[in-house]
Write a protein that binds this ligand. Structure first.
Ligand code: MN
Length: 279
């Protein structure tokens, strides 16, 4: 059965980190409906004042964060000694696992433009304390495919039309891709009936099962085995995310997401007393 729009999220403008203005499409309160996804932030601005204070040193445990940049630079470094800059079209997939402490500092481009997204996916109990790791890929390493004339897709993670994205070994095995439809174009893909499917409009507007999706709107689709996205009135660009629900209890405070309150208390106690990073 073809999926329709179950819930449409318009998000909330918030200030995060040391003072970064961003649009949070979903987070703590909505996440129970969107398992295995936890959070999606869209930070786009032409004013450095909105983002340059960044996200200074902070911990993560129990999750994976995926940063995908359309425009501008984000400098990052962590307690493991990793350091670098991700830029136009690049992706960084960070598995926090047992714990990392890092900072993420948006710098924008030479005109002050910054545009990127951060998605959080949950880790199941068996993987929450896995060793942390990074996977970083540049725009050039991301394969593109044109399954039909009006549709172009960059695959970040997962497999679509026989094309596999560079990010691999993700515990929840999600599909994450960037889809551009020309006016009149259609995207079609089979999914597992019970998987969570999210479509986030990032340019133009499109349609799913008769419901219009605007730029900066996130559609959570109803269960079904087929996704069909159309662009009947204008070109449409969207991010498509699919994942299999983990179905475990969630205990979440700030940047740490565990299964129980005791695990959460332990994580914050370790962070306070300097034993957070596992050796
Ligand atoms: Mn972070």
């Amino acid at each position: 059965m073809q999926r329709s729009v179950h819930i449409l999220f318009t998000g909330e403008e918030i200030t995060e980190g040391a003072g970064v203005r961003l649009l949070r499409l979903f987070g703590h309160d909505e996440a129970p409906k969107l398992d295995p996804f936890l959070l999606l932030d869209d930070f786009r601005s032409e004013v450095p004042e909105d983002y340059r204070r960044g996200f200074p040193w902070h911990p993560h445990r129990g999750i994976e964060t995926i940063t995908y940049i359309l425009k501008g630079d984000v400098a990052h470094e962590d307690n493991l000694g990793n350091q670098g800059v991700i830029s136009d079209g690049d992706v960084q997939w960070m598995t926090a696992g047992s714990g990392i402490i890092h900072q993420e500092m948006p710098k924008g481009d030479k005109n002050g433009v910054m545009h990127g997204f951060q998605l959080w996916t949950n880790l199941p109990a068996t993987s929450k304390m896995m060793p942390p790791r990074y996977q970083g890929f540049t725009a050039r390493e991301m394969p593109e495919t044109r399954p039909n004339k009006g549709c172009r897709i960059r695959v970040i993670a997962g497999t679509l039309y026989g094309i596999t994205g560079p990010v691999t070994g993700i515990v929840t095995d999600p599909l994450y891709c960037d889809c551009t439809l020309e006016r009149g174009g259609t995207f079609q893909h089979d999914t597992a009936e019970g998987d969570t499917v999210l479509v986030y409009g990032i340019d133009g507007h499109g349609e799913i099962g008769g419901t219009r999706i605007e730029n900066r709107e996130l559609a959570c689709l109803s269960p079904g085995d087929e996704i069909q996205i159309k662009a009947p009135y204008s070109p449409f660009r969207c991010l498509i995310m699919t994942g299999t629900p983990i179905g475990e209890p969630v205990a979440w405070r700030g940047p740490i997401v565990m299964n129980t309150q005791a695990e959460l208390d332990q994580a914050f106690a370790e962070y306070r007393n300097g034993t957070f990073v596992q050796r």
